[in-house]
Design a protein around this ligand. Structure first.
Ligand code: HPA
Length: 272
């Protein structure tokens, strides 16, 4: 057996023994985007550091938790806090939660993240439904033996974000009068923010948003045949010709403010 496959199975077994069962939807919550958890009727709240086999938490994720419960009548597993490449994990470690949730039987995956806004027609605070991505991270979860254990590795990426989920999310946003942009997310390694020249480059290659996550998880979900949709909260304007210094506190503050729309969209999505 493959080591990573064993590790995923062992984590899934621990969770199902702890009562995490029959979840239909998996949710990965981005940095500063935890308030969805307040809407969940929580049955289990399991700290990451009590789950054997999950990557060891770094400082940022001392409070990482797996939440299991009901949201709008749907059984969900929500990962409050994700693993990032910039924390030192490999891409294959980053996607362990996706593979575990799939092993536990989730049928759909919803992802949120905080990202910089590259599109000059939009502004910080907007939400963006991701309809495609550009991977600029120097690792890939399908690379090597770890990747091969979960299916063939030459995964088709012509439609990585599920069209049906995206259509439903757009319909819900429009009905709820939450402005939802739609565009291309680029994933960089981080952890530093980008230079003006880098933002200029990212615009030129067709990105509307830039962040440090999500793409590894989406690649892993596609390999597993797990339908996935992702929404970015655009937390800062990345205008190379007019760049104000940003700091992580500001980014977190904007994420907090714009989170309400995101929570509304996801909550109503799960009612369907
Ligand atoms: N760049 C990269 N990641 C980010 C940004 C950004 O400007 N804002 C939030 N996450």
């Amino acid at each position: 057996m493959n080591k990573m496959k064993d590790r995923v199975k062992s984590i899934a077994n621990q969770l199902s023994e702890a009562g995490v069962k029959n979840a239909q939807v998996g949710i990965i919550l981005g940095t500063g985007l935890g308030s969805l958890v307040e809407e969940i009727e929580i049955e289990k709240s399991i700290p990451y550091d009590s789950i054997n086999g999950l990557p060891k938490a770094t400082v940022e994720f001392h409070q990482g938790k797996l939440i299991y419960g009901s949201l709008s009548g749907t059984k969900v597993i929500a990962m409050q806090g994700r693993f990032h490449y910039y924390e030192g994990y490999t891409a294959s470690e980053i996607v362990i939660p996706v593979r575990v949730m799939h092993e536990l039987g989730v049928e759909k995956l919803l992802i949120s993240n905080a990202a910089g806004n590259l599109n000059s027609d939009w502004s910080k605070g907007d939400l963006m439904l991701i309809n495609d991505h550009i991977n600029l991270q120097p690792d890939n979860p399908l690379r090597g033996m770890d990747g091969q254990a979960f299916g063939h590795i030459f995964v088709d990426m012509s439609e990585p974000y599920n069209l049906q989920m995206n259509d439903t999310l757009k319909r819900i946003a429009s009905r709820a009068k939450v402005r939802l942009r739609e565009g291309v997310y680029s994933a960089v390694a981080g952890p530093n923010l980008e230079t003006k020249a880098e933002y200029r480059f990212l615009r030129m290659i067709g990105a509307d948003a830039v962040g440090m996550s999500t793409v590894p998880e989406v690649i892993a979900a596609n390999q597993l045949g797990l339908p996935v949709a992702a929404i970015s909260v655009l937390t800062d304007d990345c205008d190379p010709d007019n760049l104000a210094p940003v700091n992580i506190e500001e980014i977190l503050a904007v994420a907090k403010k714009s989170e309400r729309g995101l929570v509304k969209i996801i909550t109503e999505y799960l009612e369907q």
